[in-house]
Each structure stands twice: as structure tokens, then as C-alpha cells.
Design a protein around this ligand. Structure first.
Ligand code: GLU
Length: 490
């Protein structure tokens, strides 16, 4: 059977940032839509007015855009089912609730919160789970008039039918349930705001959603939704509940495990492409052992069959590894664009030192990138190259600047380096090794000391490349500074 192109949705509640779990759900929906030539709808579920905020909406949109998850319908782009904010669809939910009342699928409930709480407590004291006792289903007409006359607040409850029902979850398989375990849940509160169950189902119907792909924390809600779809006489979408994301300690991923918001990962120097690749593999696999996959490859390989039933573990080392792989492969002009804001924030870019241009920055980034896992790593790695004078690490001084006769060796090296023409890697290497041989010392003595002179540190990329990149003038100036330092120490 040829199915119509799917319509899927990502439906965040803007009560928090776009977190890793939400981003992964959005990505799976997006990939599914792209794979099958479908439509990806973004719907903002902001009926909880107190906990929702416009800032959170902005943050969510920004996070999705950063990851490259553009939506076909939704905020800012509009679409045939607008508005895509639930707070702007309240009348629709009220009408839908009335429709269920009229059809006998729902009824008014006048029970006070106090009564419900008391009944629940009593049941709990008996060791029983309490479900709404349908007290308001059998109210006499007089009682109803009395309550109405007194202006008693009334909610609307869904009348759960007897029997059983179920759905074929695309990840978990068939799920059957006995409706005896489901209470007559509220669909419209006394303040006329819908509960999540009502608004989500009404919107999924109105927006012609064919497939609901969401976190499996919603799996216990789905039976209620299936009953609602049925009561509305609508086709039930297919469901796919994706497994939770756990931290390394196998507990549900939370702030305790570090960053959970997608924007935070961006700030920490992860590339969007790496983040997407990593998120895609959280609970999904292409069915072979591929790990590094571009967005196009993900789209081509994505299927709900590849989603594992078990929970996925968020492994930060793997993310770092993956990010390093993307940093290593990124075209250098794009890498520069990505790194510049981080350098800028550290006051290192635009450069304070003259003679540094884009082409030079590209050479520097190529030199440093094998050592970077995150874009933020470039700040520390690039610092010695972008400042006028470097500070010597105490450890480096101790280790490499106490060789006796060092000042003489360095002074001699300066002379040899001056003859390195052009001042490129092979000529620099010849000069350093030649100078060491002439002085009767191991090249390592010079290499280590010069590294401290030019970077302040005990480690750096290959020294000859470093010197060639710094250029003759800056190298000689740093050697002079080393000589000054040695002179003041002795
Ligand atoms: N607004 C719900 C949430 O953020 C989404 C529900 C759904 O996908 O059905 O958890």
C-alpha cells in the first residue's frame, strides 16, 4: 500500500530550553519527514501560561535552526494550519470539548479539588490507587441546576469507554491496554484551559499528523490519546516512542550530568554537524557500524526500524571524539568562521598583532586542529600565536630553561636562524639542527627551550612549523626575550 507523504510534528512546551532529549526527538521527526518526502511541523505547546515564556520559544527556535532542523510549517514560517501556538488555539479546544459533551463522550465535573484530594487520601490509606469515581456522571438534574445556580466551577471530563484498545508502536511493538485502568480524565479545566491530552489530540487531528514520534515518557499518555482520537471519529496516527536518554550513570539525563541545553553545547564549542550526528546515534543506528554520517547520509539511512527499544546513554567522550573528527574535516574557511567568535570573546580576534591575516589564520588553524576537540580549545591553543608576548609557564621554566650555557646556545641559534631563507619549515629545521651540532648539544635542548620561548609551554605542534608560521621577526623577538629572561635569572 502506498502511504501518503507523512506529516510529523515536534511539539515542545516552552517551559525550558531545547534540551538534548527534545533536540533528538525533533531530529528523528525531521529525518523521518525528509526521508519520506513529508512535512515537518513545529508546534509550540504553550498552554501552561505561567511556566511558558517567549524567551524560551526564541531559544528553542534558535536551537533548532542551529542544528539545521528547519520546519515546513510553524512559528515564523506559518502554514495552512496556523496558528502553531497552542495559546492562540484555545477556542478550538473549547469547541472540541463541547463537541465531545454533545456526543456523550464527556461530562461536566463539579467536584472540588478538596473533595478529590480527600478521596485520594482515603483510598491511599486503604492502600488502593484512586481513580475518579464518576460522582458527577450521575448527578440529578436538580443537583446540576443547584450547582450551576451557585456558580460552582466545572471542568469537563472525558468518559472513558469500557473494553480494551491498543496501538502498534513502531518502536515497541503492539501495546494493548484495558481501559478499566484509565480514569475519566479532565480535558478542559474549570478555567477553560485544555489539558495536554485534549490540545495535543485536537491539534494532531487538525494538523493532519500521520506519525507521532516522541519520547517514551509519553507512552502512558498514549492510551488516553487513542481513546480521544476514536471519540472524535478521527484516524489515529501511528506512534513511535523513542527511548529515554540516560547519563553515564544510567540515570535519566539531567543537569547533574552537565549541559543539557542544546545552546549550551553550542557555547561549549561543539559543531552543529557533530551534534546532529551524535544525537542521531542516541537510540538509533543505521544498521551497520557507520558512526560518522553527514546529514544527507542520515536522511538516506533513517528509518524507525533502526530505533532501539533500549535506553540510550549519552557519552560525552564520544561526543568529544566526534566533534574532533568534524573539526579535523571541516573546510578551513568554515573552521575559521566557527572559531572566530570564540577567539573574539577571549579578546584575541581581530588580532592585536600586525601582519596577521585570514590566510595566516587558516595556516594556524590547520596546525592546531589535530589537537582540538572543541572550538573552545582553539582559544588556548592559538593564544601564543595571537599575542605579542607570551608568559612562560613555571613548569616549562623549570624543565627546559635551566640547562647550563643555554643563553650562549640561544644567541648562536639566533644567528643561524637569520640565515634560514626562506624561513620555512625545512630551512628552520636545518638551522636548529645545524646550530645544535655546532654547539655539540642534542637538538632536543634547543627545541625544548625554543618552544618555551615562543609558546611559553612544554607542548605545542611541531616546533619547526610553529616557527615558520610565526615568521622570522617574531621568532627572533621571542628569542631575545628569552635571552633577557635568562640574563635576569642568572
Ligand atoms: N508538549 C509535549 C512535551 O513537550 C510534547 C507532547 C507530544 O509530543 O505529544 O513533552
Amino acid at each position: 500500500m502506498r502511504r501518503v507523504a507523512p506529516r510529523v510534528r515536534f511539539a515542545p512546551s516552552p517551559t525550558g530550553y531545547l534540551h538534548v532529549g527534545g533536540a533528538r526527538t525533533a531530529l528523528f521527526n525531521w529525518l523521518y519527514a525528509r526521508r519520506h518526502g513529508g512535512t515537518f511541523v513545529l508546534r509550540i505547546e504553550d498552554t501552561d501560561v505561567e511556566r511558558s515564556s517567549a524567551d524560551m520559544v526564541t531559544g528553542i527556535l534558535e536551537g533548532l535552526r542551529w542544528l539545521g532542523l528547519d520546519w515546513n510549517e510553524g512559528p515564523e514560517v506559518g502554514g495552512p494550519h496556523a496558528p502553531y501556538f497552542q495559546s492562540e488555539r484555545l477556542d478550538r479546544y473549547r469547541t472540541a470539548a463541547s463537541q465531545l459533551l454533545t456526543a456523550g463522550h464527556a461530562y461536566y465535573c463539579y467536584c472540588s479539588a478538596d473533595r478529590l484530594r480527600e478521596e485520594r487520601e482515603k483510598a491511599e490509606a486503604r492502600g488502593e490507587a484512586w481513580r475518579y469515581d464518576r460522582a458527577c456522571l450521575s448527578l440529578s438534574a436538580e443537583k446540576v441546576s443547584e450547582l450551576e445556580a451557585a456558580g460552582a466551577p466545572r471542568a469537563i471530563r472525558f468518559k472513558v469507554r469500557t473494553g480494551s484498545t491498543g496501538f502498534d508502536d513502531q518502536v515497541k511493538g503492539r501495546i494493548e491496554f484495558d481501559t478499566a485502568h484509565i480514569e475519566d480524565f479532565v480535558i478542559l479545566r474549570s478555567d477553560l484551559y485544555p489539558t495536554y491530552h485534549l490540545s495535543v489530540v485536537v491539534d494532531d487531528i487538525d494538523m493532519a499528523i500521520t506519525d507521532v514520534i516522541r519520547g517514551d515518557d509519553h507512552i502512558s499518555n498514549t492510551p488516553k490519546h487513542v481513546l480521544l482520537f476514536e471519540a472524535f471519529g478521527a484516524t489515529t496516527p501511528r506512534f513511535a516512542h523513542v527511548p529515554l536518554i540516560l547519563g553515564a550513570d544510567k540515570k535519566r539525563l539531567s543537569k547533574r550530568h552537565g549541559a543539557t541545553s542544546v545552546t549550551e553545547y553550542r557555547r561549549q564549542g561543539y559543531l552543529a554537524e557533530a551534534m546532529v550526528n551524535f544525537l542521531a546515534l542516541l537510540g538509533w543506528s543505521p544498521g551497520d557500524d557507520r558512526e560518522l554520517m553527514s546529514m544527507n547520509e542520515l536522511v538516506e539511512s533513517f528509518s524507525l526500524d533502526g530505533i532501539s527499544g533500549g535506553n540510550a546513554v549519552f557519552n560525552t567522550e564520544k561526543l568529544d571524539w566526534m566533534n574532533g573528527q568534524y573539526i579535523a574535516r571541516l573546510p578551513v574557511d568554515q573552521l575559521a568562521k566557527a572559531v572566530e567568535p570564540f577567539l573574539g570573546e577571549a579578546g584575541l580576534w581581530p588580532p592585536l598583532v600586525s601582519g596577521i591575516d585570514q590566510a595566516w589564520l587558516h595556516r594556524l588553524l590547520d596546525l592546531l586542529r589535530p589537537r582540538a576537540k572543541r572550538l573552545t580549545d582553539f582559544v588556548d591553543l592559538a593564544r601564543p600565536f595571537l599575542v605579542d608576548t607570551v608568559e612562560f609557564d613555571p613548569e616549562a621554566i623549570e624543565k627546559h630553561l635551566s640547562t647550563s650555557g643555554l643563553a650562549g646556545h640561544i644567541a648562536a641559534l639566533k644567528g643561524t636562524l637569520d640565515t634560514a631563507i626562506p624561513f620555512d619549515e625545512p630551512h628552520v629545521e636545518t638551522a636548529v639542527r645545524g646550530s645544535a651540532a655546532e654547539r655539540g648539544i642534542k637538538p632536543g635542548v634547543l627545541i625544548h627551550a625554543v618552544r618555551v620561548a615562543v609558546t611559553g609551554r612544554t607542548t605545542s605542534p611541531g616546533l619547526f612549523e610553529v616557527l615558520a608560521l610565526l615568521g622570522k621577526a617574531r621568532t627572533i623577538a621571542r628569542l631575545d626575550r628569552l635571552l633577557l629572561f635568562l640574563a635576569t635569572r642568572s
